[in-house]
Design a protein around this ligand. Structure first.
Ligand code: FAD
Length: 451
C-alpha cells in the first residue's frame, strides 16, 4: 500500500522510525512537508530561514534517491488529505507531536483523514521517551526534575534505526518544491542546517564531550554542543545522541545526558499542562505586580542596558539566533527581576529570534527564572548581572566579543563594570537601573504576593 510520510519536526532520514514504517508498508512513499501559515507566520526571520535551509537539505537527500520533498502551503487539514488522495495513499505516517498546537492539529487532520478512509499512524516522537510516558508510582506526572530524570532513564528508549533502503519514493504532480528562502536581516549568521551538518557537529562535539561538565557554563568558550537547533528540527534524534553517550563513562557524558533529560522533562510538563505555555505554572505568581514593557524593555531587546553581560547576550541573540544557556538565564533574570517585566514578553522576544526557539524549553526556561516554574527556583535568588559576568566570563572574552565598545583591553580594563569615564569615552551606556535597588523592589513585590 502507498503511504505518505508527513515530515514536521523530524527532518532527517536516519533513525526515523515513522519513515521506516512508511517504507515498510511496501508501496510507494510520498515525502511531504506542509508549510502551515499558523506556524510559519509567527516564527521570526532567523527561524524561517533556518527551516527553509533544512528543508532544502532534506530535499537534496531525497533527490539523491530520485524523488524530492513535496512542499505544499496551507492548512494541514486540507493539504494532507489532498496529498494523500493524490497519490492514492491509505496511510499517513508521522512522529507524534505533543505540543499544544501540534496535538490539536493532528487530531483534526486525523478526523479528516478518517472521513476519507485514510489512517493516521503515529510512530515515535521528537523525544527519547514520548511526553506522557514517564509517571510516578501512582501514575501521575512528575513536577520536579530529579525524580523525573531518574524514572526517565529507567524507562529507557529503543536503539536507533537505520534509514530505509529500497523505498519507492513518490512526488506530487503539481510543482511543489518551491521551498521558501526568506532573506535574513543584514549581518545575521546562522549555523549550517540539515541532517549531515547535524551529524558533523555532533561528531566534532563528541571529541570534547568529556570536558563538557567543566566548560558548559563558560559562555566565552565553545564548550557546549550547539545541538539545540538540530534537535529542534529533528535533523538528529536524541536517541542517536544517547546511544553515543552510552559508550562513554565520563562525567561530561553523564552531564550531557542530564541536559537532554531537561529537554524531555519540559516537553512532558507542557504535555500535561498545555496552559503553562502562556500562564504561570504556579498560579500564585500571576498576582505579582509587574511593569508594562516600555523604553527599558526596548533597551533590553536591543542590548543597551549598560550591563555588559546582559547586552552581550541580547546582541548575540540578534546576531546569531542563539545564546549561551548561562546568559539566557542572566538576561531573563534581568528582565523579570531588574526591570519587573513579565516573563511572557521576554519569552516571546526569544521565540522570535532563537533558531532553536522551542515552546517547551523556552517558556519553561523563562518560568524557571521567573520563579513561577517547576523545580522551586526560589524567587529571592536574584542574579547580579555584574557578579555573574565576572564569575562565568572571568577573562571577559564573551563580553568583548559581543559588545565591541568594550573590546579593547587597553581602553576598557574591566569589561564587566567599566567606570563612568570609560563608558563615556567608548560610547557605552550607563547602567539602566540600580541593580541593588531593583533587587529590593523585586523582593518587596514578591513579599506582597506571599503576604
Ligand atoms: P548544550 O549545553 O550542549 O546542551 C545539550 C542539549 O540539552 C541542548 O541542545 C538542549 O536540547 C538540551 N538542554 C540543555 N539545557 C537545557 C535546558 N535548560 N532546558 C531544556 N533543554 C536543555 N533550549 C531550546 O532548545 N530552545 C529554547 O527556545 C530555549 N530557550 C531557553 C530560554 C531560557 C530563558 C533558558 C534559561 C533556557 C532556554 N533553553 C532553550 C535551554 C538552553 O539554554 C539551550 O537548550 C542551550 O543553550 C542550547 O545550546 P546547546 O545545544 O549548545 O546546549
Amino acid at each position: 500500500p502507498t503511504a505518505v510520510m508527513w515530515f514536521r519536526r523530524d527532518l532527517r532520514l536516519a533513525d526515523n522510525p515513522a519513515l521506516v514504517e512508511a517504507a515498510d508498508a511496501g508501496g510507494g512513499v510520498l515525502p511531504l512537508f506542509v508549510l502551515d501559515p499558523h506556524l510559519w507566520g509567527p516564527a521570526g526571520a532567523p527561524r524561517r530561514a533556518y527551516l527553509g535551509a533544512s528543508l532544502r537539505s532534506l530535499d537534496a537527500s531525497l533527490r539523491q534517491r530520485r524523488a524530492g520533498l513535496s512542499v505544499v502551503r496551507g492548512d494541514p487539514v486540507r493539504r494532507v488529505v489532498l496529498a494523500a488522495k493524490a497519490v492514492g495513499a491509505d496511510r499517513v505516517h508521522v512522529a507524534a507531536d505533543h505540543g499544544p498546537y501540534g496535538a490539536e492539529r493532528d487530531r483534526r487532520v486525523e478526523e479528516a483523514l478518517t472521513a476519507a478512509g485514510i489512517e493516521l499512524v503515529r510512530t515515535g516522537s521528537p523525544y527519547a521517551v514520548a511526553p506522557g510516558r514517564v509517571t510516578n508510582g501512582s501514575g501521575k506526572p512528575y513536577q520536579v526534575f530529579t525524580p523525573f530524570s531518574r524514572a526517565w532513564a529507567e524507562h529507557g528508549w529503543r536503539a536507533p534505526v537505520d534509514p530505509p533502503t529500497g523505498a519507492h519514493w513518490l512526488s506530487l504532480d503539481e510543482d511543489t518544491t518551491d521551498i521558501p528562502d526568506p532573506a535574513l536581516p543584514d549581518g545575521i549568521a546562522l549555523p549550517e542546517a540539515g541532517e549531515a551538518a547535524a551529524r558533523r557537529r555532533w561528531a566534532e562535539f563528541l571529541d570534547d564531550v568529556d570536558d563538557y561538565a567543566d566548560r558548559r557554563d563558560l559562555p566565552g568558550t565553545d564548550g557546549t554542543s550547539r545541538m539545540s537547533v538540530h534537535l529542534k528540527y529533528g535533523e538528529v534524534h536524541p536517541r542517536t545522541l544517547l546511544a553515543d553517550l552510552a559508550r562513554r563513562r565520563s562525567r561530561g557524558a553523564a552531564t550531557y545526558r542530564t541536559e537532554l533529560a531537561w529537554r524531555e522533562f519540559y516537553a512532558d510538563v507542557l504535555h500535561h499542562r498545555p496552559d503553562s505555555a502562556r500562564d504561570y505554572y504556579r498560579p500564585e505568581l500571576s498576582r505579582m505586580a509587574y511593569d508594562e514593557p516600555g523604553a527599558e524593555f526596548d533597551a533590553w531587546r536591543e542590548g543597551r542596558t549598560g550591563f555588559p553581560v546582559v547586552d552581550a547576550g541580547m546582541r548575540q541573540l540578534r546576531a546569531t539566533g542563539w545564546v549561551h544557556n548561562r546568559v539566557r538565564m542572566i538576561v531573563a533574570s534581568f528582565l523579570v527581576k531588574d526591570l519587573h517585566v513579565e516573563w511572557q514578553h521576554g519569552a516571546r522576544h526569544f521565540l522570535q529570534w532563537l533558531v532553536d526557539g522551542d515552546l517547551a524549553s523556552n517558556n519553561h526556561g523563562w518560568q524557571w527564572v521567573a520563579g513561577s516554574g517547576t523545580d522551586a527556583a526560589p524567587y529571592f535568588r536574584v542574579f547580579n548581572p555584574t557578579t555573574q559576568g565576572r564569575k562565568f566570563d572571568p577573562d571577559g572574552a564573551y563580553v568583548r566579543r559581543w559588545v565591541p565598545e568594550l573590546a579593547d583591553p587597553d581602553r576598557v580594563p574591566d569589561p564587566h563594570d567599566p567606570d563612568e569615564a570609560t563608558r563615556r569615552e567608548v560610547g557605552y551606556p550607563a547602567p539602566l537601573v540600580d541593580h541593588k535597588a531593583e533587587r529590593q523592589e523585586a523582593l518587596d513585590r514578591y513579599q506582597a504576593v506571599r503576604a
